[in-house]
Design a protein around this ligand. Structure first.
Ligand SMILES: Cc1cc2nc3c(=O)[nH]c(=O)nc-3n(C[C@H](O)[C@H](O)[C@H](O)COP(=O)(O)O)c2cc1C
Length: 151
């Protein structure tokens, strides 16, 4: 299966989680690529059998818990072009101290589902990646292992 991990990040945690996911999916014999949202295009994304979206939750223009700006732009581009992968999964880094925890992941879900894309696994919401590093690495690895089982 060809898999693309599209991620956005401000301080690196969503990237680091994405790298772990990539390694695990690759170990399962899949062809996996990783691209930053600012370098991704809707027509490129559509070609993969599965796309894994990763974004931190942020505050943009007064809107709380939305995807990082490059992910927002990409999702908007996909919405306008009505182009989405057949299947997707989503993960995100956030912090439970914010009013809406990991809202970016729900935002991604809503956009992808509205474009007819099928979600293959419950989304992963990671709390304070760097603050609980070892635990979070295990959580990410477990989720990636589950993803491997359903694709
Ligand atoms: C300005 C700002 C707004 C944030 N808003 C939220 C939020 O609404 N919900 C949430 O769960 N986390 C929120 N966070 C926490 C980040 O999503 C979290 O630190 C995440 O790990 C950053 O990911 P990154 O390292 O990939 O950039 C916010 C952080 C900042 C600095």
């Amino acid at each position: 299966m060809t898999i693309l991990i599209v991620y956005a990040t401000n301080s690196g945690s969503t990237y680091l989680a994405g790298e772990r996911i990539m390694k695990i999916l690759h170990s399962g014999g899949h062809e996996v690529e990783m691209v930053e949202a600012k370098n991704a295009r809707a027509d490129q994304i559509k070609k993969f059998d599965l796309v894994v979206f990763g974004s931190p939750s942020w505050m943009i223009g007064g809107a709380e818990s939305v995807p990082q700006e490059h992910m927002l732009t990409l999702l908007e581009q996909m919405r306008r072009a009505r182009k989405a992968p057949a299947r997707f999964a989503a993960y995100g880094c956030g912090e439970k101290s914010f009013t809406i925890f990991c809202g970016a992941v729900d935002y991604i879900d809503t956009v992808l589902k509205s474009l007819g894309s099928k979600k293959v696994l419950a989304s992963l919401k990671i709390d304070g990646y760097y603050f609980h590093l070892l635990d979070n690495q295990k959580i990410v690895d477990k989720w990636a292992g589950e993803l491997l089982c359903v694709i």
